[in-house]
Design a protein around this ligand. Structure first.
Ligand SMILES: [Zn+2]
Ligand SMILES: [Zn+2]
Length: 656
């Protein structure tokens, strides 16, 4: 009997032949052996109770533990199996589809597709969850078996699981693994790994039920999809559920309707946004702010069409790499055109329209460029995922020696803008090529080195902390991604600053250098919001609809106490309008209490209440939407304070 030599982190040792993966982990790390959910053996995922394979050379083991992404995947995937087991237990004859873990979906952590003998309703979810809890408490083992293809097919045929048979037929050659959960009717065809037993699943919740088709194909079997989520501890689950409740209250689709900001109507097409007057005002303010900043930072403004010849998209590479996301071509007089999914090639056209010298650089082109993407209907979600949207786009054409300064300026710009919108936590990620000198990356090594160094230096010079992610650069260049944390702690990926070695090459961009020779410029793609629609959705949820004064669709509501005061109310409103504010006088013959409630519901920052006393003294009683009564004030004083709020784009409604 020989031993198996093992590497665990930076330690090395050996375990006897026949030892399990868990035995080996115990040998090196007691704590990890208690919390481990599964493991990686030479990079391959393994169940803990599997025998350690005896290979040439040392076997490298890494425990998959809680609070890691791999750990979460094992946990959630195992919970999906538990869900299927509970459904099979409660509803014999149920057919199973697939049940993956979801790690990046903000709403759910896993699902399982099922066809039960009688369709389920949401009212059945608590019962299923309870059965899952009962099974979890019994520490039922997940048992793995390696079986020949013919045998697996037989197993699932016996169980009348035609969909599983179809999947096995397609995916398996030779043999594959099936998993059982002991003492339950559950068997699944799966690669694993799973937690060793159901007792590891301590915090899960079923969340929703929806329709689904087998393989997402509307021609195929209709199934029901049960959604749930799972965390490592009850505390984590509770905190997440609380955040979810808070998020539901702020749902931008709900607020969009209540505040009359935008709509999506089936007659016009899913994923296409109609901006209503009140949403339009907010957007105009957002764009005005951005335009001001763009001018400050010396960008030029360009405008480009929504379609271009198909051949252009061949040159840009979109026809080859991006066609699935583009709307189909349309033909005009034998020439094919396609809607643009990106603005970049158009700005390149402007750069190429004349000969550029080193003295002309940088060129900074900005555009609110509307683009179209052929997203599948199932992926559309309010303003967050749409088919037509406007990018606050900019492309910078720069000399290599200008990259550092230009990227630095983009960073200052971004920090300034996100601060104004009240995002207190802004996170920066620098994605670089990494160690694995991967062939998928395009461009010269020295260009990459220079660009990556410039991006890092620009961040460091500003004392901006950032996460460096090796190997995550785009194939055409390194990038900085900007993520913000909203008022309830959710993270949104928004802006990006990307260097591109690909398009300048494809389009043969040049400038004449000081040496009188042609040189290739660096191209930088830069967007802060990404999509204006999506950013508006994020803002709406971040502020829970209560926009700061400068953005609010209606900034001031004048509310007369009785009809006698209507005329005075109108004159106050007129004075405010003249001073440049968005104001509404509510002269309907409602009680003032009802008028206040209305204005509160519409989240109007200030209510000016006027009655006999105010008329007599020529002043107003000011009420702020969250602070309530602020006392009386002259119209002039109010205008002065409000003008300050507007000019400074203040987040508070502090008039003083
Ligand atoms: Zn599985
Ligand atoms: Zn671009």
């Amino acid at each position: 009997m020989s031993d198996i030599s093992v590497k665990y982190g930076d330690r090395a040792g050996s375990v006897p032949l026949g030892a399990t993966v868990l035995d080996a982990i115990k040998e090196f790390d007691r704590d990890a052996s208690k919390s481990a959910l599964a493991a990686k053996v030479n990079g391959e995922e393994f169940d803990l109770d599997r025998e350690l394979p005896s290979l040439d050379g040392a076997v490298e083991i890494e425990a998959i533990v809680p609070e890691t992404r791999d750990g979460l995947e094992v946990l959630r995937h195992s919970t999906a199996h538990l869900l299927a087991a509970a459904v099979l237990d409660l509803y014999p004859g149920t057919k199973l589809g697939i049940g993956p873990a979801l790690l990046d979906d903000p709403r759910y952590g896993f699902f399982y597709d099922v066809i039960t003998p009688e369709p389920l309703s949401v009212d059945d979810l608590p019962k299923i969850e309870k059965r899952m809890q009962q099974m979890a408490k019994r520490n039922l083992k997940y048992r793995r078996e390696d079986v020949a293809k013919a045998k697996i097919l037989e197993i699932f045929k016996d169980r009348s699981e035609p969909l599983k048979c179809e999947l096995i037929d397609e995916k398996v050659e030779g043999s594959a693994t099936v998993y059982y959960i002991d003492d339950s009717p559950f068997i699944d065809f799966c690669l694993g790994p799973h937690v060793p037993h159901t007792g590891k699943l301590k915090a899960f919740k079923l969340l929703a039920l929806s329709g689904a088709y087998w393989k997402g194909d509307a021609e195929r079997e209709q199934m029901q999809r049960i959604y749930g989520t799972a965390f490592f501890s009850k505390e984590e689950l509770d905190a997440w559920l609380k955040q979810r409740e808070e998020a539901a209250k702020r749902d931008h689709r709900k607020l969009g309707q209540e505040l009359d900001l935008f709509s999506i109507q089936d007659d016009y097409g899913q994923g296409l946004i109609l901006w209503h007057p009140k949403g339009g005002i907010v957007r105009m303010e957002m764009e005005n702010f951005l335009k001001e900043k763009l001018q400050e930072h010396d960008y030029s403004f360009v405008y480009t069409p929504h379609i271009a010849k198909r051949d252009l998209w061949k040159v840009s590479g979109h026809e080859d790499n991006y066609a699935d996301s583009m709307f189909a071509p349309t033909t005009i007089e034998d020439t094919e055109f396609r809607l643009k999914p990106m603005n970049c090639p158009f700005h390149i056209g402007i750069y190429k329209s004349s000969k550029r010298s080193y003295r002309d650089l940088p060129q900074r082109y900005s555009e609110m460029g509307t683009v179209y993407r052929a997203e599948l209907s199932g992926t559309l979600h309010g303003l967050m995922r749409v088919r037509g949207f406007t990018v606050d786009d900019a492309h910078l054409f720069v000399r290599p020696d200008q990259v550092l300064a230009e990227v630095g300026d983009c960073l200052d710009f971004a920090v300034d803008v996100f601060e104004t919108y009240g995002f207190e936590k802004v996170n920066f990620e620098l994605s670089v090529r990494g160690e694995a000198e991967n062939k998928k990356f395009l461009g010269a090594d020295e260009d990459w080195e220079q660009a990556e160094a410039a991006l890092a230096k620009a961040l460091n010079e500003r004392g901006i902390p950032f996460e460096r992610i090796e190997g995550e650069a785009a194939f055409y260049g390194p990038k900085i991604d900007i993520k913000v944390e909203d008022a309830i702690g959710r993270t949104w990926q928004l802006g990006t600053i990307q260097i591109d070695f690909n398009l300048p090459e494809r389009f043969g961009l040049e400038y004449v250098g000081e040496d009188n020779h042609p040189h290739r410029p660096f191209m930088i793609h830069r967007a802060l919001f990404g999509s204006v629609e999506r950013f508006f959705g994020v803002l709406l949820e971040h502020f829970a609809g209560a926009f700061p004064f400068w953005l609010a669709p209606v900034q001031v509501a004048v509310l007369p106490i009785t009809d006698r005061i209507n005329e005075y109310a109108e004159s106050v409103a007129e004075a405010l309008k003249k001073a440049g504010f968005r104001v509404e006088a509510n002269t309907r013959s409602d009680k003032v209490g009802a008028k206040i409630r209305d204005a509160q519901m519409q989240k109007v920052p200030f209510m000016l209440i006027v009655g006999d006393q105010e008329l007599e003294q020529g002043n107003i009683a000011v009420r702020e939407r969250s602070k309530g009564d602020l006392g009386s004030m002259s119209v002039e004083d109010f205008i002065e304070g409000a003008a300050r709020l507007k000019a400074s784009r203040s987040l508070s409604n502090d008039l003083a």
